[in-house]
Design a protein around this ligand. Sequence first.
Ligand SMILES: *Cc1c(COP(=O)(O)O)cnc(C)c1O
Length: 387
Amino acid sequence: MSTIYELDSTYIASTYKRFPVCITSGKGSEVTDENGKRYIDLGSGIAVTSFGIADEIWQQAVIDQIGKVQHTSNLYYTEPCARLAKLLCEKSGMKKVFFGNSGAEANEGAIKAARKYAAEKKGPEYYTIVTLENSFHGRTLTTLAATGQDAFHKLFQPLTPGFVHTPANDLSALIETVHSNKTAAVMIECIQGEGGVRALDADFVKGIAKLCAEEDLIFIVDEVQSGNGRSGYMYSYMAYDVLPDVVSTAKGLAGGLPIGAVLLGEKVKDVFNYGDHGSTFGGNPVACAAGISVMERIDETLLAEVREKSAYLFDVLGKSEGVNGVSGMGLMIGLDTVKPAGDVVAECMKNGVLCLTAHGKVRLLPALNIPMELLREAVAVIQEACK
Ligand SMILES: *Cc1c(COP(=O)(O)O)cnc(C)c1O
């Protein structure tokens, strides 16, 4: 197996600092490495494998579709693409869908929709998108510009112009920023993921929704990480009782296959015309068949279970030695630990539990259907590692 490490470090661009573990197989929330060591997976490939590894229902949906047709291009109709779009609209309150292949691509589409709407409605100079400090929206040059973390910006200038950042949870600062620019849209994550698993204040989110409605701005919610059941709600904005104009989503949507989706609400549902946007792989039938199998299973029963598991984690980890605080929502959890987060994650890994970090915190993103016994077993390992 050392040859895999050698091959990887010789031939793969050095953008990722990998753990010295090669995952070879898994089932549900358990994975196995090349030495046969078993881990409980609390990362889900960064909120992607919504129902765990090699889930039977998901697998069957993918296999069935691969046996029929794996790709057609967007010159033709396919059933999975149309059916997934309907499901997404029914479950989100949005009206139309554009499919891409990643979170960054979904956000690019959301930004294009907002800019086109504003250009037609108010004039092409109304192109500014207001986003939050500490946000994360992706790695393309435009979504990097949207990302409110300077550390990601260095050495990649010039980024796409027209993005300004304002502090989270400060509504008057946001309103001031909106008014001092020719603004097209406000774009937020209701629960900042990469920025440290922090749920925004309810008054702040409601205030943005109200401002956008009153001033005809496009309210974009980035649900790439928090969407599709992860927050304990179908989409995290539902916990805030607001309705965005545009929703972007990706990660967990197809349970482990690449997908991204821009969900367009009433105001912008017809903003795109022929030729305005496109993607060769977007709406791929295999990814969409996987997406249907995931979305059909996220019902009120499952969401209630996600909220119950969340309450358990908040409770038990909140009173654990070496834990200063628990943040997040649903099964998107951040732990502010006394020890450095990286040390806790390394110790957990040694003892058979895979966790993540985010902005100095330990981050947990288990599968939505992780069995309670496994969660308890993993929590005991985390508690020990935090001491
Ligand atoms: C992961 C993430 C993205 C980027 O998604 P990719 O699929 O890596 O392009 C965008 N926004 C949020 C909130 C994310 O968590």
